[in-house]
Design a protein around this ligand. Sequence first.
Ligand code: COA
Length: 337
Amino acid sequence: MSAAVGIALTGSGAATPARVVTNDELSLWLDTSDAWIRSRTGIAERRIATVEDSLESLSSQAAQQALERAGWRPDQVDLILLATSSPDDLFGSAPAVQAALGANNAVAFDLTAACSGFLFALITAAQYIRSGTCQRVLVVGADLLSRWVDWQDRRTCVLFGDGAGAVAMEVAPEGWDGLLTMVMRTDGRRRSCLAMARQATSQVLHDQLQAGLGGFRPISMDGQEVYKFAVQQVPLVLTQALKQAGITAEQLDWLLLHQANERILASVAQRLGIPAAKVLSNLENYGNTSAATIPLMLHEAVMAQRIRSGHLIASSGFGAGLSWGAALLRWGRPDAP
Ligand code: COA
């Protein structure tokens, strides 16, 4: 049997809307304060998409950067996976990204797993490479949850922001692997803790027939339950991923968690014994951008030369579903600085 094909993570990109909304600006119409939001979440401001912005455009910009940084031509891309819960088109926004890049040989489709979406898409993409089906894959995580929160509900709307991030993944040279281990979990029994559920409305077609009408309710969340879930389950999957790889927490260069809440980041790091200096965080500037948080943070850290080729990263995504997972990643490729 031939050895499994290795994965290399060779490019990153990110894009966010230009409009910044500070905590003080939120308190223009909400009964909230900068002090409350900062102390409970670590968030100071977020980017909000205006009517001119689109998920497809931000995703395409992020994907284009990842492609260029990986040094690929658009026609070399085999697969584009777009993790999102807020597409511009419910039939899928990935084909729009394909068209914008001119990646005409790629197959492109969406994957929905809320805030775990990017991690699940990364793990899914890796299977296509390992099986020999694809050579080069762009994995994009993007969400515009500002379009789906209730802006009068201070318990939820202050948490979220908009953005997109992308990673280029390709077949690795022999002896290299950028995805060491992975764990994925779902508990659908607890799906109502965090949901953007169907709005049950109907339309009368004639006196014997009422059809349903498409539509969704704004995001609903039991904040305390979600908090407890995250601080309990995320350390467990990360510990499992480390154990499977035979790696200790001390050997990690970075902890790259879904950016939901600064207190969750600190609690998980503490449980694993990872020092604060190794915990990547940009929550202060973006809030929770759902499927975009991990690639957005990754890209910033790569651009700042904090994450460098060969660095070992423990990553975990978690959120609605409930869904959660972890992966141990090695950034870059052997011939890169
Ligand atoms: N501004 C001011 N006060 C607020 C507020 C806001 N934005 N949101 C809630 N409050 C109030 C509540 O009404 C409550 O007031 P009361 O005691 O008079 O009823 C008080 O603050 C405490 O609310 P509580 O819900 O207990 O706060 P908390 O400490 O649990 O923090 C979250 C709330 C949402 C920040 C926290 O539960 C959390 O981060 N949960 C995880 C959410 C998450 O990450 N979701 C996405 C996962 S992908």
